[in-house]
Design a protein around this ligand. Structure first.
Ligand code: 13P
Length: 291
């Protein structure tokens, strides 16, 4: 079923588990991710990055496709614009039926972040669309700027930010980063920040940069209050590696078989993340709903 992200995250928040939000840019990834959720009987969030949407995955086509796949399953599926920052692209996502958007104004000073986020929340809520915002800043793993603790989310500021903006979910900066970490490096997360923000705000919290962050980190982050774990790089890399290996093994492989196997590779990557998120069998918590 196709649902709002709030519907999924409220249950995850109430029952202390995490839901995987997987970036998807085409039919094979969409089917792989949704089938992973079906096999694990788990709620799932489909993320499409603003840049991904612009370059490759146009919102009209993607939204119709995700909705069509979602309504054929019993598991709750939400569609979220990931890292929205351009007002035109955000409204484009609304118009095409995304059930959620992330407004990322985390690169700006606090007051500017509040003003931009507030404006988007007002518009989104008037249309029943969930809003994720970010406070602190989750950087890039290749430069590993998240060693810079000044970018971490401040729990007291998070309380004020949520009061000021009324966002539904908050992405927090606690030591993860987007992309591939330098070889053999596992990020060190500040779990106290997650626990404090959860204690003071009680809202669904989001961990960006899930890829390569390690299963123990993810499990502990969920225990402390994370409810949405974003995973992109590991899915894209596992699909690329699969294609490379399969084509080297059999350069004349039938294209259709290759695409079906690719879908399976995406499915297995996301299944492994669903298993550590705590969301297996949590689809049972949801009753029929129509967004
Ligand atoms: P990774 O690519 O590091 O998994 O991060 C995904 C993400 O946070 C998308 O917003």
């Amino acid at each position: 079923m196709y649902v709002s992200m709030k519907y999924i995250l409220d249950d995850a928040n109430k029952n202390n588990y995490g839901v995987i939000a997987a970036n998807v840019i085409n039919l094979e990834l969409a089917r792989g991710v949704i089938n992973a959720a079906v096999e694990e009987n788990a709620p799932i969030i489909i993320n499409i990055g603003q840049g991904q949407m612009h370059k490759h995955a146009s919102p009209d086509i993607m939204c119709d496709m995700i909705k069509t796949l979602a309504i054929k399953t019993h598991v709750p599926v939400a569609l979220n614009l990931d890292h929205g920052s351009d007002f035109n692209r955000i409204t484009d996502a609304f118009r095409n039926g995304f059930s959620s958007i992330m407004i990322d104004a985390s690169q700006y000073p606090y007051d500017e972040n509040v003003n931009i986020t507030k404006k988007v929340v007002k518009l989104a809520h008037s249309q029943g669309v969930t809003v994720e915002a970010e406070l602190g800043h989750v950087g890039q793993a290749n430069t590993f700027d998240n060693k810079n603790k000044t970018l971490y989310t401040d729990p007291a500021e998070a309380v004020k930010f949520l009061k000021d903006t009324k966002a539904d979910a908050l992405a927090v900066a606690v030591g993860t980063a987007h992309g591939s970490y330098p070889k053999d490096l596992k990020p060190e997360l500040n779990f106290n920040i997650i626990s404090d923000i959860k204690k003071y705000t009680k809202i669904p919290l989001v961990l960006h940069g899930g890829s390569g962050s390690g299963s123990e980190n993810i499990k502990n982050a969920v225990k402390c209050g994370i409810n949405k774990i974003n995973v992109c790089t590991d899915t894209f890399n596992s699909c690329r590696n699969f294609l490379k290996e399969r084509l080297m093994e059999n350069p004349e492989i039938d294209f259709l078989s290759l695409m079906i196997e690719l879908e399976n590779a995406a499915k297995e990557t996301i299944r492994s993340y669903i298993k550590i998120s705590g969301s297996c069998n949590k689809a049972n918590n949801f009753s029929y709903y129509e967004y």
